[in-house]
Design a protein around this ligand. Structure first.
Ligand SMILES: [Zn+2]
Length: 96
């Protein structure tokens, strides 16, 4: 499975933030997909980016360290602006 470059940049930024400053994104960390309200199964194969393994499941959830980072309808779960992705226009906060 390949993700658009923008999504890969976003996923890598979330992974970096999870390891360095998880408190800054704590409000968006969830093991449950906000789109289908299922807890993704992450036992499948992973994809590898520049900074490590990223897990996804057969429904298209992208899961990093047990947190749903991309929903099954391709929604970015964590605020891209907070993790430093420049192109984050149009993102809406599902926690509000
Ligand atoms: Zn889902």
């Amino acid at each position: 499975m390949r993700f658009p470059v923008g999504t890969q940049e976003y996923a890598s930024a979330v992974r970096r933030t999870l390891s360095q400053d998880p408190d800054s994104i704590a409000r968006w960390l969830t093991p449950v997909c906000p789109e289908c309200e299922e807890k993704p199964v992450t036992a499948g194969p992973g994809i590898t980016t520049a900074d490590g393994k990223i897990e996804y499941d057969r429904w298209g959830h992208l899961v990093v360290d047990g947190n749903v980072v991309v929903g099954c309808e391709a929604f970015w779960v964590v605020s891209p602006a907070v993790v430093g992705v420049a192109d984050s226009a149009g993102w809406c906060d599902w926690t509000e």
